[in-house]
Ligand binder design. Sequence first.
Ligand SMILES: [Zn+2]
Length: 71
Amino acid sequence: MHDDDTTTELFGAGALDALASEMDDIERALARLEDGTYGTCEVCGDRLQPETLEDRPAARHCAAHLPIALG
Ligand SMILES: [Zn+2]
């Protein structure tokens, strides 16, 4: 018998979703490092501010195109 539920009980499904989303961001950032587009906005292609990348190394959007849901 699996006890996969343990993690969900500890952190809650929302926290797991956030973590999965963060890991997805990081995976994308790594892929973009490889193809040379890391550090640019996915919408307009502008280079991201260094402060943005410092705050969120896996950021994929400039300030103008940052999804509002991100806190
Ligand atoms: Zn942009």
